[in-house]
Design a protein around this ligand. Structure first.
Ligand code: DNO
Length: 391
């Protein structure tokens, strides 16, 4: 399970009780782009070990915007990244997650969408996102990206939105990223301006050059670099997004053909667009999946979606876990010691006692909802493995 460090209100002891063996965490106190020293990594590792768990995945070692843009201080940031990878490898970390989404990471508009059973899920509402982009952020040229009818509808919606509602919508969208809190609208506008004129081809080339510089170091350090998909998996705020589809996966694997250039297969993110066949996507990269996020989404009219229960929604979780188990077997048969693919239940609903607590600082990362997801997925994996052994 993911742990956000000593300030996480879900402590390591709860994570252990939930049935997790390993912990996915990051050094969120180190600013983006700076070196992770061995001392800092060892300190965090020791905390995790002391709780009877182990730190097997870093999520994330963030990529600085200068690197995504190949401007400013990007050479120093790439050098720092290489140094951090060496240090992580030396401390026994084998998987490092990153993403290449420009400006913002994952995006939802409503962090407390009430489900019929009273629990709450994360929700992406297209109209509310348009309200944010057109009337709160007021992004230049944004209106051209929407059909006139949507602009009109968004305008009406915004006119009826009280100031507090508009403020909450804005915070939900731009201020949710660990290690990156307190982002302001002006900061987002400034970052967007840096991307003016940067298209998908340029961003893709910048990713390729980044990988060319860091993958050989990862190989030497015994670390697998795993890219997290775009979430939602499509261009947003006029920005290109380049890791959303099966074609993008195929491109990545070829761009730098190394066993250290891997995928953090996030089924929930990929399932954010209905033309993505998540099971086929897994098949297309199975040998290079270094880490799995298991989650699903349910889609509503007009492109809205919310995060479903882990075994429900559009992702065929049974088939996906079955494929992951088969891939593990293949690795084991090849004599690989690292045959197990680490997974975590990605997000969970806010439910039961957690509903009465103040909102979680890291939306989607409550204890009970994730424990439910973990238990369901572990049960599924267990049954599939037993079933195969008995054959
Ligand atoms: C959200 C997460 C993402 C993910 C990063 C990886 O809950 O899945 O924030 O950690 O995109 O770099």
């Amino acid at each position: 399970m993911r742990w956000y460090g000593p300030d996480d209100r879900v402590p390591l002891s709860f994570i252990r009780q939930a049935g997790a063996e390993g912990v996915v965490t990051s050094l969120h106190h180190i600013p983006y782009g700076e070196v992770w020293s061995r001392g800092e990594i060892e300190k965090r590792s020791a905390e995790v070990d002391a709780a009877g768990l182990f730190w097997n995945v870093v999520e994330s070692l963030p990529v600085h915007e200068d690197v995504k843009l190949r401007s400013g201080d990007f050479l120093r940031h790439i050098e720092n990244y290489r140094e951090s990878l060496r240090n992580l490898g030396a401390c026994g970390i084998r998987t490092v997650v990153y993403n290449f989404m420009p400006v913002l990471d994952w995006i939802r508009t409503d962090l407390r969408y009430r489900l019929p059973d009273g629990s709450e899920a994360l929700y992406f509402n297209r109209l509310e996102f348009a309200v944010f982009e057109l009337f709160i952020l007021k992004r230049d040229g944004a209106a051209a990206d929407y059909p006139p009818a949507v602009v009109e509808e968004a305008e009406k919606y915004f006119a009826g939105l009280p100031a507090a509602g508009s403020e909450a919508l804005c915070r939900n969208i731009i201020d949710n990223f660990p290690g990156f809190k307190g982002v302001t609208l002006d900061a987002v506008r400034g970052m967007l301006a840096r991307y003016a004129g940067v298209g998908a081809d340029e961003l893709r080339e910048n990713l390729r050059l980044f990988l060319k510089a860091v993958v050989p170091v990862a190989e030497e350090a015994g670390v697998k670099l795993a890219i997290h998909p775009d979430d939602p998996p499509r261009p947003i705020l006029g920005l290109p997004r380049i890791f959303s589809t099966k074609t993008d996966i195929e491109w990545l694997l070829k761009a730098v053909d190394s066993p250290a250039n891997c995928v953090n297969f996030c089924s929930g993110s990929f399932s954010g667009r209905l033309d993505n066949d998540v099971t086929a996507m897994f098949k297309s990269c199975a040998p290079r999946v270094a880490f799995l996020h298991l989650r699903s989404t349910e889609h509503l009219a007009g492109g809205d979606f919310f995060e479903a229960n882990h075994l429900e929604g559009v992702v065929d979780m049974y088939s996906l876990v079955k494929l992951a188990v088969a891939e593990q077997k293949r690795r084991q048969a090849a004599g690989r010691e690292d045959w197990r693919i680490p997974f975590r239940p990605d997000h969970g609903h806010t439910m039961m006692d957690d509903l009465a607590k103040p909102p979680c600082a890291n939306p989607g990362y409550t204890a009970i909802g994730r424990m439910k997801g973990l238990a369901e997925i572990r049960g599924l994996e267990y049954a599939i493995m037993r079933g195969e052994d008995e054959r």
